[in-house]
Each structure stands twice: as C-alpha cells, then as structure tokens.
Design a binder for this molecule. Structure first.
Ligand SMILES: [Ca+2]
Ligand SMILES: [Ca+2]
Ligand SMILES: [Ca+2]
Ligand SMILES: [Ca+2]
Ligand SMILES: [Zn+2]
Length: 631
C-alpha cells in the first residue's frame, strides 16, 4: 500500500506532463487535441517536433508577398539535420496566419502589438512573429514567443532562434567566432560561403576547435574544403590544404601558414572590439595618447575652469582658446593632472601632439602666433613642466615624431596645406615640397624599412579624403620622399575628413616587413559631423583591399566629432576618442585593449541539438507558466 500510492501518483504526473518529442506540446495535446490544436487539421504528432508559428502581418503584407517567405521558413526547419523518434528529421512547422493588422496600428511598435497580434488561445502553444512590410532585414525579439521582423526569411529564422534560446555567440564561448557558422552570428546572418541560401543554425561541427586570439595555431583538423567559407565574406582568410584531412589558415594574414602562438584579431567580421574601457574627463577636442611604458599619458585640449563645454565646441581655435592638459593614467584611472598651456602662457588654438623619450614628454601644440614646444619631466606619478619654447608659424596643426635622426615637428599649414619639418632642437625648418595634405598629418618611424612614414589626406578626383603614406629617407639634403602607398590601394575607399593616426607594428604577426595600423574618423562632408572610427590594417595579402583590411572600431554607436588617437601599449593597443553623445558627451572614452585580440575562447556550438533537446520545450514552458497552462 505504502509502496503503491507514490507509484500511482507518479504515473498520473507522468501522463500529465509527458512530452516525448520535447517540442513543448504535451503528448495528449498532440494526440487528442487541445484548445486550438487539431491534430487532424494540423498534422502534429507526439513523436516528432512540431512548431506552431503565428505570423501576424502588418497591414500591407499581402498573402502574395508573404507566401514565399513562409514556404522558405517551413523548408528551413524541415531540413534541420536531427533524427526524430519516428524516423523523420527536422521540425514540422505549422504556420497560423490570421488576418493582417489594421492600418490604424501602423505606427505602433511590435512590442505593444503582442496583445493585439498574438491570439489568446495560441499563447503557450505557438511562437509569434510580427511581420513588417520591409524585406531588407532587421528584427528584434522581446519574449520567448514574440518578435518583430522584416518580411525576409533570414531575419525571421534569426529572431525565432532568439525565441528558442539562441544567442549571437556560441553559448559556451560567449565571444563571436569566425567558425561559429550560425546565422545567429552577424557574420553569417544573410549569407554563408557567399550563398544567401546556405545560412543555417550551427550543428557544432567545429566545437572541437577552441582557440584564443592571443595564442592561435594556424592549423585545423578539417579538410580545406570544409573551411572554404573562411575565404569568403566577411573574413577572406587564406586557407590551404595540409593533406586530405587537415588545413592551414593564415590567421594573422602575414602570408605564412601553419604558425603557432600567433596573435591576431580573427573575429573582426563586424568590428574590432574595445576591452578594458573607461570614460575619463571632458575635452575640447581630439585626444592624444602616449605610452609611458606601464602607464599612459592622455593629452587633451581643455577649456579654462571659467568656460562651459558648450555643445558647439568641437575643437579649439583662435576664437575658442584653451589649455592643454596632460594626465597620467594607471590601469584606466587618472592619477595626476598637469595643465601645460594656460590662458596666461601661450593659450592653445588647436590639438597637441607628443612623444615620450628619455623620461621626458616632448609636447607641441599651436598657439596664436606659431608652435609651442614644451618638455615635461616625469617624476613618479606626475609631470613637471620644464623648458618651453616657441617659433613663428602660420595657423595649422602639429605632429611630433621620433626618428633616429632626432625628433621632428611636422607642421601642417591650414591655408597652403603644405607640410614643414622642424627639428625639436631647432636648427633648421624645411618645407618638404612633395608633401601636401587636406588635413593635419600622421607620422611614425618604420624601423624595418628605415623610413619615416607620413600619412597625408588627399582629395582624389572622385573620392575626397583618401589617405596616402609617403615614405621619407634621410640623406645629406634632409628628408626625401622615396615611395608612396595608398591606404587600401589607389582605387580603395578608406577616407577621412580629419587627422589620421598611424602606428607601426614590427612584430612577427605582421610578417617580415611589419605593418601599419592607421586609425581615422570616417569621412563626412562637414568636417565636424560625427562619425565612427576605423582601423586600416596593412596585411600581406595584396588581393584583399590592395593589402589592407579596413574595420570599424568598436561598434556603430562609437561616434565622435574628432579624430581618435591610438598607441602601441603594454603588448596591445590603447585607443581613445571624444564621445559625441549620451551621458559622457565630450568626455574621453579610453580602451586600453583595442587591438581586438581577446583571450576568451573562440569556438562553435551545436545549436541544432540545443533546439531539439531544450529550446523548443523551454521557450513554450515559460509562456505556459505565465498563462497557467502548466505549473
Ligand atoms: Ca510534444
Ligand atoms: Ca510533436
Ligand atoms: Ca600566418
Ligand atoms: Ca577579436
Ligand atoms: Zn539577433
């Protein structure tokens, strides 16, 4: 008796909740019908997953416009490679297509249309999609049974993926991965291996590959043809076979295959991301970062304490004169502030540029009459201002660069656009006739080639703001241009409307001759309009962008009205820009790890198994609990 009672109870509970195929619909509902579910009409079965989807259309989405979309969605789920108890494969989609919404609801967002759009009797039994008029793509999910999506099958299966519990990254990796081939991954949402029809939920084929960008091996235990997709959008990696069953991938794009312990940003399909981020003080123009070894110096144009950061101030000029502030940053925190230029001594009318050499910060900036050169000595956690000199120059901006032949100050003349070189210890000032730029220039010493690289901004006939590197060699008669390279090739698109910044990276990962990184604000017609930043990385593969890979920095909201700044720092890259909007508007955003090289795991994830074993059931259970269908 005592033994018997619990058994009976258990059996009753089992019958109440059994869901053999784990599609979230109880066996009894699928067999005998339940609410609006009619097994004869809908063809649902207890031993094969069924997925009811209510497609509520916006007014204007006709049957004719929606039919191809729904047919493709049915095929998509039917084709999923997973074996069911009844011997079939895939998920059986049952579309429920009520009348389209009224035109009076046209201006309501998808979230507020759940009440109107998701029929009460289907809640907990079906998933819901509000189908928008557009077909271009774009969607959003706010509930396990509701999303808004354009009338495009790619987007709808992506948003349904979110409803079923899928994320943009592999569920156990948590960062984007080029071999997470899912349509949930933005890299492959609309195409895979150059085919719009080949997009899919991942089967976890590459789950065995677990890699860190900080320590990559350029080898994979898969035939080269399985990795062919990496040679297409958005990555264009070079892959070559290593026998029948393995291949080598040039992750760091340096032209050498099969290397070990490689460092490279390999998941930059969407952007190069920021890590170790902080928001710092207000600035009145573009920042400049200088590496002090362990620490950083942040140099910004600022306003005197009695002036307000008016929204129209985007840089200092002769009307809005200001100060130059130098701050020491340790682990993302400001530890000291030194005001170099004050209203009493040579107020600044532009941006500062500096280098760190022999324990001293050599800093230059334009004032009303010329260029101010100042030396600051580092003493523990602060800078102490030292010698200050100036020379007469036309209005413009300056760039300080360290070379084996001494420190040079490059002056860009705002009127004539000509570039003048002045040695830090001013012996001589020379115009380099071949150099001419629409914007202030960037400069760096290339130790592999023994040349000074100067980035000019040049208006091509049809494309304004293109960037070109001029290599200069030092000889008896001073600096002479030896050769020139267009950033992204002469026919490329990379362009800016403000000062670029250039780094030279001579590490092994950049190949035998090293490589440049050029950072810039994207070009806008009005120079002070906000835009996102870009990095143009020089690579060994000349077939891609004429040897350049251009990526967005951060994300599509990382707007600035000013140029960004970047510097090689602590084995990574520090990057800063002045925020264009939001709470931090006009403050400096700093990423101390902006190389995009991450030490979290890149991997793959078996989404198909997840959906069949968990996703279908869990998503409906959550709604069933909400409406009281199950406990
Ligand atoms: Ca079921
Ligand atoms: Ca079923
Ligand atoms: Ca390589
Ligand atoms: Ca990365
Ligand atoms: Zn998404």
């Amino acid at each position: 008796m005592n033994l018997f009672v619990p058994l009976v109870l258990m059996t009753t509970r089992w019958q109440e909740t059994a869901d053999l195929d784990r599609d979230g619909l109880l066996d009894s509902w699928e067999r005998d019908g339940f609410g609006p579910i009619d097994p004869k009409l809908h063809g649902c079965k207890p031993n094969r997953p069924d997925l009811f989807i209510v497609f509520k259309r916006r007014s204007g989405v006709t049957d004719e416009k929606f039919k191809p979309t729904v047919d493709r969605i049915i095929k998509f789920y039917a084709d999923l490679p997973y074996m069911n108890a009844d011997g079939s494969t895939g998920i059986h989609v049952i579309p429920i297509i009520p009348d389209a919404l009224d035109a009076k609801d046209d201006d309501k967002g998808y979230q507020s249309l759940y009440e109107t759009g998701m029929p009460k009797e289907w809640r907990g039994l079906a998933h819901g999609v509000l189908v928008e008029v557009g077909t271009g793509g774009g969607g959003q999910t706010n509930r396990p049974d509701w999303c808004g999506s354009s009338n495009r099958w790619h987007t709808i299966v992506h948003e349904l993926g979110h409803q079923l519990g899928l994320d943009h990254e592999p569920k156990d990796g948590r960062i984007g991965s080029p071999f997470f081939t899912s349509l949930m991954n933005y890299d492959y949402s609309y195409q895979f291996n150059d085919s719009g029809e080949a997009v899919h939920y991942s089967t976890g084929k590459f789950v065995g590959m677990r890699m860190q960008e900080s320590d990559l091996w350029e080898w994979a235990p898969f035939p080269a043809k399985d990795m062919e997709f990496l040679t297409k959008r958005p990555y264009y990696f070079k892959v070559r076979p290593d026998g029948e069953d393995a291949c080598e991938i040039d992750w760091n794009r340096n032209g050498i295959f099969g290397e070990r312990h490689v460092r490279a940003d390999v998941n930059d399909g969407y952007s190069t991301d920021f890590r170790a981020n902080s928001t710092l003080d207000l600035a009145a123009g573009a920042p400049c970062l200088v590496s002090l070894g362990e620490d950083l110096a942040l140099i910004t144009p600022t306003l005197p304490a009695d002036k307000k950061y008016d929204k129209n101030i985007w840089r200092l000029d002769s009307e809005t004169q200001g100060e130059i502030t130098v701050q020491i940053i340790k682990a993302g925190k400001i530890t000291s502030t030194e005001v170099v230029a004050t209203s009493a001594i040579f107020p600044a009318v532009g941006e500062a540029s500096a280098i760190f050499r022999d324990g001293k910060l050599l800093l230059a900036y334009p004032d009303e009459a010329g260029v101010v050169l100042t030396e600051l000595k580092r003493e523990d956690d602060k800078f102490v201002s030292g010698k200050m000199r100036r020379y007469i120059a036309q209005p413009g901006e300056v760039t300080v660069v360290n070379t084996p032949n001494g420190v040079e100050v490059l002056h860009w003349n705002r009127e004539s656009k000509a570039i003048t070189f002045t040695e830090w210890e001013p012996k001589r000032t020379r115009v380099i006739p071949a150099l001419h730029s629409e914007q202030p220039v960037a400069a760096v010493w290339n130790e592999k080639l023994g040349v000074l690289a100067v980035v000019e901004v040049i208006d091509q006939e049809k494309k304004p703001g293109r960037m070109r590197i001029s290599h200069l060699k030092y000889g008896a008669s001073g600096w002479k241009v030896s050769d020139q390279i267009w950033v992204e090739g002469e026919k490329g698109d990379a362009a800016t409307s403000s000062r670029p910044v250039i780094l030279f990276d001579g590490s092994r990962d950049r190949g035998p001759s090293g490589g440049y990184n050029i950072y810039c604000k994207g070009r806008t017609d009005k120079p002070d309009a906000q835009a996102v930043g870009f990095v143009c990385r020089q690579i060994e593969d000349p077939s891609l962008g004429d040897g350049w890979r251009v990526r967005m920095m951060g994300n599509e909201w990382a707007f600035s009205m000013n140029s960004p700044t970047a510097v090689l720092h602590n084995g990574d890259i520090a990057y800063a820009y002045r925020l264009a909007f939001g709470d931090g508007k006009q403050k400096i955003f700093l990423s101390q790890k902006a190389s995009g090289i991450d030490d979290r795991w890149l991997t793959d994830f078996d989404e198909v198994a997840f959906v069949f074993q968990q996703g279908l059931q869990d998503s409906l259970r959550r709604v069933q609990r909400e409406v009281g269908l199950v406990k």
